[in-house]
Design a binder for this molecule. Structure first.
Ligand code: 4NP
Length: 147
């Protein structure tokens, strides 16, 4: 079965485009997109250092462009995945009345790692650490969806 998955972070230039890029490479039979809760970077490609770190793992992100998360996304996706608790709170703040689309943390899909969020590499500068978490959790997500 094919699912529609939306990855969400704050700026949509580091974590969520990386998750989208990893997911579409590993699970091309599903459809996916990413968005930011903030609109600062709308129309921009992923942040250069994140593109480079991803490309070193064979994941190209250069075609992606940032957009802002909207309430309509609750109707357009089967599962919405945030990177940290702030993302989840911002997403939930836009939930339309009566909508029951699941919203989860990406790290929920890699419980063995013991992480409760994907630290923002825009601030930590640890792009490889973020990608390690994202790759492990996307594998778990793919399994959760039935492969
Ligand atoms: P992201 O990282 O949420 O993983 O895309 C950020 C990128 C940019 C900013 C914040 C977070 N910013 O403040 O511009």
């Amino acid at each position: 079965m094919s699912h529609r998955i939306l990855f969400v972070c704050l700026g949509n230039i580091c974590r969520s485009p990386a998750a989208e890029g990893v997911f579409r490479a590993r699970a091309p039979h599903h459809s996916s997109d990413s968005a930011g809760t903030a609109g600062w970077h709308v129309g921009n490609p992923p942040y250069g250092p994140m593109q480079e770190a991803a490309l070193a793992r064979g994941i190209a992100l250069s075609d992606l462009r940032a957009r802002q998360f909207t309430a309509e996304d609750f109707h357009r996706f089967d599962l919405i995945i945030g990177m940290d608790a702030n993302n989840i709170a911002d997403i939930e703040g836009l939930r339309p009345e009566g909508n029951d689309t699941p919203v989860r943390l990406l790290t929920d899909f890699a419980p063995h790692l013991g992480a409760d969020h994907v630290p923002d590499p825009y601030y930590t500068r640890d792009f490889d650490g973020a990608l390690d978490l994202i790759e492990a959790a996307v594998d778990g997500l793919d399994e959760h969806l039935g492969g």
